[in-house]
Design a binder for this molecule. Structure first.
Ligand code: SF4
Length: 297
């Protein structure tokens, strides 16, 4: 990855001191400050000190364009384009939830993760402040992820049912997971401007994995809308009016010479799982459907 000198508009006074309280990673035992510097040895971190840093939406667009999948992963993981989200994710990384006080927090954007040539792409809204923002891996270390990975494991698309930390040995089979917005937002609500700024990362990622894709699973209505938008920008035919979100809703999207099926799922948030709106059986059935569409042998 070539270095693109891009000025960082966040002053050092705005940022938490990354040297504060180095703590051991729960799997590797290596010690990290929070937030974790690029290239410090965190499991699956593909960025390094030379990875170019976007400090605004135009720079996100510039750095995403023409990048490889590894470059998208690295560059999105060091992005600083949205000042409000940068402050939030780093503040959470330093203050920490009490139950994770002895762990280092990733405190950076959470990039897409999984198979590099997926048949199934799972799209979520954004990482959780004490989940992906702590572990550095999407849906890892929170209750939503517990449900998601358990379901993927039950249908044979993950090698283990749990996803607690990066470096825990989890592998997905033909599945990739990405967030529409890569920084944890306060109250799980990114602003329209933040959503738009981040769209360049998922646009590039989707464009790169499109040749192998057979199905896209959108977790929640925000992800459904984001999936339709990014697929449309990638050249997939999306009907108008746009298909409506619902649990189990499907939309056949033409991408010659085949189609891609978009499947809607209620988000496995505690709000949905505690109330019974989403059950384990519902989620499992949905991934069985995605698996059958993906025509795994
Ligand atoms: S939300 Fe996306 S665009 Fe904004 S800082 Fe995070 S990674 Fe960058």
């Amino acid at each position: 990855m070539g270095a693109v000198p891009v000025e960082d508009t966040n002053t050092s006074a705005d940022r938490p001191d990354p040297s504060a309280e180095p703590l051991p990673h729960p799997v590797t035992g290596a010690v990290f400050p929070s937030p974790v510097p690029a290239g410090a040895g965190w499991p699956d971190d593909v960025a390094d000190a030379d990875t170019p840093v976007a400090t605004g939406p135009d720079e996100v667009a510039e750095l995403a364009t023409q990048s490889s999948l590894t470059e998208v992963t690295a560059r999105s993981s060091v992005c600083r384009a949205c000042p409000r989200l940068v402050t939030w994710r780093e503040d959470v990384a330093v203050t920490k939830r009490r139950s994770f006080a002895e762990q280092p927090y990733w405190g950076r954007p959470t990039p897409g993760w999984g198979d590099a040539e997926p048949r199934v792409l799972v799209i979520g809204l954004a990482p959780a402040a004490n989940g992906g923002n702590r572990t550095g891996r999407i849906f890892t270390g929170d209750r939503s992820g517990d449900w998601l990975f358990a379901a993927l494991h039950r249908v044979g698309l993950a090698n283990q049912p749990t996803s607690e930390h990066a470096g825990d040995g989890l592998r997905l089979a033909g599945v990739r997971i990405a967030a529409a917005v890569r920084c944890a937002p306060p109250d799980n609500k990114p602003s329209p401007a933040e959503r738009d700024a981040c769209s360049h990362w998922i646009d590039r990622e989707v464009a790169l994995v499109l040749p192998s894709l057979r199905a896209v699973v959108a977790l929640g209505s925000f992800a459904w809308t984001a999936a339709l938008a990014t697929l449309s920008r990638a050249g997939v035919e999306v009907p108008r009016p746009r298909p409506k979100f619902g649990h189990g809703a499907e939309a056949q999207l033409e991408y010659s010479p085949r189609s891609i099926t978009l499947i809607g799922s209620y988000h496995p948030s505690q709000q949905n799982t505690f109330t019974g709106k989403l059950t384990e059986g519902m989620l499992e059935k949905l991934f069985e459907r995605a698996k059958s569409l993906a025509e795994f042998e």
